[in-house]
Design a protein around this ligand. Structure first.
Ligand SMILES: [Zn+2]
Ligand SMILES: [Zn+2]
Ligand SMILES: [Zn+2]
Length: 240
């Protein structure tokens, strides 16, 4: 955190050095990314992302969408990319990035994005995608469940409550990635105790905590986790 001198911000453990949350899924030759924060550019350079088949957006908060313009170099080489978001996220995206979606714009190299409004399940990159609505303060965030014949995972970030109907979509997972901002309760995010309670209820084979803030020290928190739960960290790769 800018200007912070706490133990985690000064930690020499690279796993305590966190960029904003994002997820990339590779399935055979296909690749999709969920959320593009302002850190997306750094992440894409680090992971050498030259090509993308789709972008999925959980919700229109700065820490999840401010890197949208940075997909341009991928467009220049490989053409337009479909972007999936729900209706309310699209309202925000069209306002913030009016220069991208405003057809009056002339000149400049704009990102080439194909808007797709999420209304139900869809298929992309050989995966079945099930939207999983969750509550994030006064807003609604789209969590995603991805599955094919071989496995399943879900990405549930930025929420303080998972409604009953959504819980039903999160059972039998190989991997659950779930919000866990800090130890203390927070009005719009899950805190560690709540995240672990959801994991215990949903019994995924493996779970990862994400969207972790600077009051959680990786090594120390890891020692207290149940056997099937780990803290995610930047650059972590998991095979399913
Ligand atoms: Zn700090
Ligand atoms: Zn948010
Ligand atoms: Zn967030």
């Amino acid at each position: 955190m800018i200007g912070c001198e706490c133990e985690v911000c000064r930690s020499s453990d690279p796993r305590d050095n966190r960029l904003r949350t994002g997820l990339m899924i590779e399935n055979h030759d296909h690749r999709l990314v969920v959320d593009v924060s302002a850190d997306f550019r750094q992440q894409a350079l680090r992971e050498k992302i030259a090509r993308l088949d789709a972008l999925l957006i959980t919700h229109c908060h700065a820490d999840h969408v401010f890197g949208l313009d940075d997909v341009r170099p991928i467009n220049f080489r490989h053409g337009p990319i479909p972007v999936y978001a729900n209706e309310s996220a699209w309202r925000g995206l069209r306002r913030i990035f009016s220069y991208i979606f405003d057809r009056e714009h002339i000149g400049g190299g704009l990102p080439q994005l194909i808007p797709q409004v999420i209304v139900g399940e869809f298929e992309i990159c050989g995966l079945r995608v099930t939207p999983v609505p969750v509550v994030h303060g006064k807003g609604e965030v789209t969590g995603f469940r991805f599955s094919d014949g071989h496995g399943s995972l879900a990405f549930i970030t930025d929420c303080n409550l998972i409604p009953e109907e959504s819980l039903e979509k999160l059972r039998g997972l190989d991997l659950l990635i779930i919000d866990a901002l800090r130890y203390k309760p927070h009005p719009t995010h899950l805190h560690v105790e709540q995240s672990l309670a959801y994991i215990a209820e949903l019994t995924p084979r493996h779970a990862l905590l994400t969207h972790i803030g600077h009051d959680i020290k990786h090594a120390e928190a890891t020692r207290r986790m149940p056997e099937n739960v780990e803290l995610a960290y930047d650059g972590l790769q998991v095979e399913i």
